[in-house]
Design a protein around this ligand. Sequence first.
Ligand code: SF4
Ligand code: SF4
Length: 175
Amino acid sequence: MAGKPYACRRCGACCTGDGSVFLYPDDLPALAAHLGITLQTLIDRHTDYLILELPDGVNGWLYLPYLTLRKEAKERCVFLKGELCSVHAAKPAQCRETPFVEEFFSDDEWNAAVRRNCPGLRDTDPATLPKSAAPGAADRERRYLELLRENSYSLEKILGVTLPAPRILTHRELA
Ligand code: SF4
Ligand code: SF4
């Protein structure tokens, strides 16, 4: 029915398929505590370590490290059980903000794909949708980049853990 405000249907569709959940340092302790495991175990069992090659805005490249939530068969998030998130109370910021992440507002293809896949959006009155990404999302990324700069771009140093060899995604693969 038209005219309803947005409500998540808890269908799990956004926890499956393309795309990754990027984890920030603030996400990790809560998730580890929720699972009753150490940060190192959380990272070893449930995350992937990536380095993204991104333009530095001048003439060169930045190599930025990120942890993402691991996926299982059929591209399902490791924490998706049935149609529900098994770590709902401690899920990462990106998950709390979905579907209204920055790309929803800045990338037409992304917006169209989300609208197709998200039943919560299908019968939502567009006037009730937010007009921009959650406050704090851009700030979180900015703070993360500052933290990386202050720590020689070492996630191991920031988190105090040991990381495996990263998967490097070049700018061509990211394009
Ligand atoms: S796809 Fe939409 S309705 Fe389904 S869980 Fe994700 S945000 Fe909620
Ligand atoms: S952590 Fe939960 S909400 Fe986030 S992608 Fe995984 S199952 Fe979905």
